[in-house]
Design a protein around this ligand. Structure first.
Ligand code: ZN
Length: 289
């Protein structure tokens, strides 16, 4: 088949995927999903279900929640929280805009839960969501909630996974929820369509390494509880891949040539498919879209 047809076909496939993906997630069957609570330290728990890990501070003042997975799971999530604490869910902080972290916002907003996020998250969510799903309190730098004897400190980081990422540090329990900037299950996802960047990812991970102590528990957006050394390993992996790709770009290699050279080979067994990461990395380092 001549090349133009193949290119055209790939474009059509891409559009089909872009059109179908939101429909699939809207129609995804969540009936088999179980919400599993894990205690991490002090007042902090996280809930595993489908989508991003939900962080919780539970105590005598009620519940502070980080992210809320998908809308069809809200009842199950609330049931799981009520097993841990019979108080009110007071606040919900969104780590970033993605639907597997904010899908329950509308349900939570309608229940009167006060939603917080960075200014950028509200702007992006308002393009696709009803008023009830939008953060009511927004911040451009940091905000701290004082409940349950806990200091819950949300702080903005450089444009990394998206341009609206926050890390949430539960200072009394010494736990940090990182949203999707850090994950243990895959190569970094740099969502360039939502303002994510490679250099911002490196800066945000560097900030996390600076804020965390040796005993700090780090809860990723997806994956298992980790520590500062795990974040250093993840950051160093990105630096290693970057240092392999830079000279290839300096030699004028195309994305396909770089991809064929497999600069992530040492990490593929652990993190799986590297294409999306490599495309974002190549695009930012080469200045080519
Ligand atoms: Zn995400």
């Amino acid at each position: 088949m001549p090349k133009p047809n193949r290119v055209k076909f790939q474009f059509i496939s891409l559009f089909a995927i872009l059109l179908i993906t939101p429909l699939l997630s809207a129609q995804q069957d969540f009936s088999a999903v179980e919400i599993v609570p894990h205690h991490v330290a002090g007042s902090f728990y996280y809930l595993e279900g489908a989508g991003g890990n939900i962080g919780l501070s539970v105590g005598e003042d009620g519940v502070i929640m980080i992210d809320d997975q998908f809308a069809p799971l809200t009842d199950k999530i609330i049931a799981a929280i009520s097993q841990l604490n019979n108080g009110e869910i007071r606040f919900l902080i969104n780590t970033h805009v993605h639907g597997d972290h904010t899908g329950g916002n509308e349900n939570m907003g309608k229940r009167g839960v006060l939603i917080l996020a960075r200014d950028e998250v509200r702007v992006r969510l308002s393009e696709q969501s009803p008023e009830e799903a939008l953060p009511v309190l927004t911040y451009n730098d940091t905000i701290t909630i004082h409940l349950n004897g806990e200091e819950v400190h949300a702080f903005s980081v450089s444009p990394a996974h998206t341009d609206g990422d926050s890390f949430i540090h539960f200072r009394t329990s010494d736990v940090i929820h990182t949203g999707d900037v850090f994950r243990t299950t895959a190569f970094p996802v740099i969502d360039t369509n939502n303002g994510g960047t490679l250099n911002g990812t490196l800066a945000a991970l560097g900030r996390l390494i600076g804020v965390a102590g040796p005993d700090t528990k780090i809860v990723p957006g997806h994956g298992v509880v980790s520590n500062r050394m795990d974040v250093i390993g993840f950051r160093d992996m990105i630096l290693d891949v970057k240092s392999r790709v830079e000279p290839m770009i300096a030699q004028g290699m195309s994305y396909d040539q770089v991809s064929a050279a497999d600069p992530t080979s040492a990490y593929n067994a652990r993190y799986g498919d590297s294409e999306r990461f490599l495309r974002a990395l190549y695009s930012e380092l080469s200045g080519q879209p």
